[in-house]
Design a protein. Sequence first.
Length: 262
Amino acid sequence: MSNAATLDIARTIRIAPVPSVPRAVSVAPLKTQCSTCHLRDLCLPCGLSVPDTERLDGMMFARRKVAAGQPLYSQGDKFQSIYAVRMGTFKSSLTLADGREQVSGFHMAGELMGLDGIASGAHASSAIALEDTEICAIPYAHLNELATQSTNLQMVVARLMSREIVREHSLMMLLGSMNAEERLAAFLLNLSRRLKARGYSPSEFHLRMSRAEIGSYLGMKLETVSRTFSAFQQQGLLEVDKRHIRILDLDGLTRAFGLRVQ
């Protein structure tokens, strides 16, 4: 994205409608500030100068635990905060007109959620914990106030919004131009890259989401997801034990489908 386009987004952030009353949650000073958090290179402080990071340290964040299967927020809830995942995995999903769930993303430690509520003042999707999790709730009104004092912070928030746009475009590409094997391969390689960035093994991991949830995200039937996992195993690309995945040949998985993973 060009600097001019990013500045346009930043200007939009400055005038976006902001709720005046923060979410009514238990708020306590964090033991780990943004400047010393082990996720700072992946989360909101990434790219900020020392003075801007110190401004973030001065904010009062709420730290919340969300148990597996419980919602952090639901579709249609009033937007008041964005959320940084400190621990665990979430899925975001939409409820379709016929009541079916459409999974729209998976979020892990160091990633932000809730940006979908900035435009309309209400969350366009729901966020559900796939395991026991912990988040930092960042009041958007406070963040927006800080952004008016720092062009650099405006740019960082704009970049985060841009990242959401790129993620949505990547999903559209998955659903519109790839066959079933390419979709699942791209999904696994994307997970591998994100886990590696967090210091975990890029080749062996446990899936926190079910095959049905993967299928919903990738636009595939449950049977097709299971069949494709089996095909990869038969080709010697993976070892699969229920939700435990071991990628035997990362380069081979990439080359086999001519993928460039975002």
